[in-house]
Ligand binder design. Structure first.
Ligand code: TRP
Length: 512
């Protein structure tokens, strides 16, 4: 607005640039890697139903709040929060919310690039045909070989980190906006092509049933927690990434030919991004599960779903090598545009300290690379080191996704709903419908903060109780082999390593 002191703002060139960049941020590993395996492990349709509810009731209101705060603040999340707090006459310590976000983003970046690195290897594996004809055991072995080799994982992590910070370092227009304009269309085209392919698969009907038949008896406390946490992660909210992008969002667009000014509405833009994100997750599920089911494989494979089950499912179909390559290129586009947005808040903050963008990117990238070594090694050399039953990677994932993001989201909701002057919020959102505005307000004031407090409390409680948190690991071994059942000499002596003697005996009545 007419903020004479504020520095000239960088802005996206068009509204569509914001939409592409924000969708690029939202659509990531969360949609294509995490969502399908979480749905698989948490009962399919039951999880999807709760997840959709969370997107509508918690995700979209907070995303709206973030974009609103970002556009109003016009700076990095830390500085925007400080400015808005001052404008509202409260302590400028609210800047810490931005700081917490930048820190969570930094932590997220350290492991997001590691998984991004696996994706790079899988493009090569698929394109070279090395997984053609692989059995589940062989594909599992290929993944363990990759993860077990610290140098390979390190190489992927390094390359992905460089790719990310290189784009961020080039700036808003030449870097972030341009990458979104190139990568997002590729992503959508590949997704549509693969969806067409999946529809011809004999497993398609079963996949639809799996994802959309709501069996509410399957909903458990942990699937609800997983769904709330995931709705946060997938919309990129809670750490200021979307707030940072919101800061570059213009209030109106001017048609260069006619000179006509059109206000840019936050509500409808956010809705569009949320819908696109959700559609991509569901379609990704409809691409992955049909091939999985058509091969009689299990949906709840956990994190290995994408890297083990999918390659096996594609290993013997016609053109499977190309479908697989296309698929992992799609995952790369998604992951790349997301990691860019995760890195933006800390970089934006450093540039306000007078550091040039390329240099700030180098600093953030180098620091995240070093911390990321912990994740690199938690799959191999350091896999034995655990805390609360989690290795370094799992702990980082848990703390950032289940604790820090919801906490950030909670504070953002409280700030937008209770602290920021109502007139400011109302003016910035400029919603046409007063009813919708009131619904949004009720959500960020009461419903979303409550849901987030519950999420954090439950997650902590489960972690401390040593229970698996976000994605319950499914039982991988379908048939547990009975240990040495033959008893050559004397039936009276039970085999020493069989714990439940009675039940084993019952299982083998004929052995007498
Ligand atoms: N939304 C992305 C995904 O689904 C991840 C992501 C990007 C993110 N930016 C974020 C998550 C900011 C939390 C906060 O993979």
């Amino acid at each position: 607005m007419a903020d004479s002191k504020a520095p000239a703002r960088v802005a996206w060139t068009t509204r569509s640039a914001f939409i592409l960049a924000a969708t690029g941020s939202a659509v990531g590993l969360g949609n294509i890697w995490k969502f399908p395996y979480m749905a698989g492990a948490n009962g399919g349709g039951a999880f999807v139903a709760v997840y959709l509810l969370c997107i509508i009731m918690v995700g979209l209101p907070i995303m709206t709040a973030e974009v609103m705060l970002g556009r109003r603040g016009g700076m990095s999340p830390i500085s925007s929060m400080r400015k808005l707090a001052r404008d509202s006459g409260v302590s400028s310590r609210w800047a810490w919310v931005g700081g917490l976000g930048a820190l969570s983003g930094f932590l997220l970046l350290t492991f997001y690039t590691v998984i991004g690195g696996w994706v790079l290897f899988y493009i090569a594996k698929m394109a070279s045909g090395s997984l053609q004809g692989a059995t589940t055991v062989e594909a599992q072995q290929a993944l363990s070989d990759l993860l077990g080799n610290p140098w390979m994982v390190l190489a992927g992590h390094t390359l992905f980190m460089v790719m990310t910070l290189w784009v961020v370092g080039r700036g808003i227009h030449k870097g972030i906006e341009r990458s979104a304009r190139v990568l997002m269309p590729i992503l959508f085209v590949l997704l549509i092509v693969l969806f067409g392919y999946a529809m011809t698969s004999p497993g398609f009907g079963e996949a639809v049933r799996f994802l959309f038949s709501f069996d509410f008896s399957k909903i458990s406390g942990s699937s609800v927690i997983a769904a709330v946490g995931h709705s946060f992660f997938t919309l990129s909210i809670g750490l200021g990434a979307i707030m940072a992008y919101g800061a570059y969002m213009p209030r109106e667009t001017i048609n260069p030919r006619t000179g006509k000014r059109t206000p840019v509405s936050i509500g409808s833009t956010v809705l569009l991004v949320g819908v696109l994100d959700t559609v991509v997750a569901l379609v990704a599920g409809l691409v992955i599960f049909p091939v999985v089911f058509a091969h009689g494989l299990a949906p709840g494979e956990g994190p290995g779903l994408l890297f083990v089950t999918l390659p096996v499912a594609l290993s013997d179909v016609l053109g499977g090598m190309w479908v697989g390559t296309a698929f992992f290129v799609l995952v790369l586009c998604a992951a790349w545009t997301s990691s860019i947005s995760i890195a933006e808040p800390p970089v934006a903050w450093l540039t306000e300290k007078g550091i040039s963008r390329p240099k700030a990117s180098l600093m953030v990238g180098a620091a995240a690379w070093v911390v990321g070594l912990g994740t690199v090694f938690s799959f191999n050399l350091g896999s034995g080191y655990t805390l609360f039953g989690m290795n370094f990677f799992e702990l980082l994932d848990f703390v950032s996704v289940n604790i820090m993001l919801p906490l950030g989201g909670f504070l953002i909701a409280i700030f937008a709903g209770w602290v920021l002057k109502e007139t400011h919020a109302r003016k910035e959102l400029n919603m046409k419908s007063f009813g919708i505005y009131m619904v949004w307000r009720a959500m960020v004031r009461i419903f979303s903060p409550l849901a987030l407090v519950l999420l954090v409390v439950f997650s902590l409680w489960k972690a401390l109780a040593g229970e698996p948190v976000a994605a319950p690991e499914p039982e991988l071994a379908p048939a547990i082999e009975q240990p040495a059942l033959e008893q050559p000499e004397g039936e009276e002596l039970p085999p020493p390593d069989v714990p439940a003697v009675d039940s084993v005996g019952e299982l083998l009545p004929e052995s007498e």
